[in-house]
Design a protein around this ligand. Structure first.
Ligand code: ZN
Ligand code: ZN
Ligand code: ZN
Length: 154
């Protein structure tokens, strides 16, 4: 955790920003909840537990800054809420998501899997791809298991 904060601090410095205590509190929440996909309000409520004086606008600005510097990614799973997701370190490519339409769980796929698709798009559309977003909507293995158990009981 401390090492990652140190590296994020350097990324901010490289872009002439400081890791102020407010920004650090926000970064810590994102690191602690790395597997979650928090909205700005979620982040704000968690940061507030540690730094009660912080305002929502400050958290918003910090999240926008981190997005601009590509430390986090802003994603939307189609529910109209922007969520903030830490990028994996040293990976230009942004991971993929599986969103469960029953329980709302969000799982991540870290492997890319799309190399062939990108090649086709680059060739046929003469488009230089930098990255992509991929979200699958469906029913997760946990909800699947519940369905199966219910069927067995019937
Ligand atoms: Zn994610
Ligand atoms: Zn589910
Ligand atoms: Zn990918």
């Amino acid at each position: 955790m401390e090492e990652r904060i140190e590296r994020i601090k350097k990324q901010l410095h490289a872009a002439s920003y400081k890791l102020t205590p407010q920004r650090e509190a926000t970064v810590r929440v994102l690191l602690e909840r790395e597997d979650d996909h928090l909205s700005a309000e979620d982040v704000y409520l968690l940061v507030k537990e540690k730094a009660p004086e912080i305002g929502l606008a400050t958290v918003y600005r910090t999240l926008e800054l981190l997005t601009e510097l590509k430390i986090v990614d802003k994603i939307n799973f189609g529910d109209g809420v922007s969520r903030f997701d830490l990028r994996q370190e040293g990976v230009a490519h942004f991971h993929h998501h599986l969103v469960c339409i029953e329980c709302g769980a969000v799982d991540e796929i870290k492997e890319d899997l799309l190399g062939d698709v990108e090649q086709i798009v680059e060739r046929d559309w003469n488009f230089k791809i930098k990255d992509h977003r991929l979200t699958f909507h469906g029913i997760c293995h946990r909800c699947h298991d519940v369905d199966e158990k219910e069927n067995e009981a019937e």
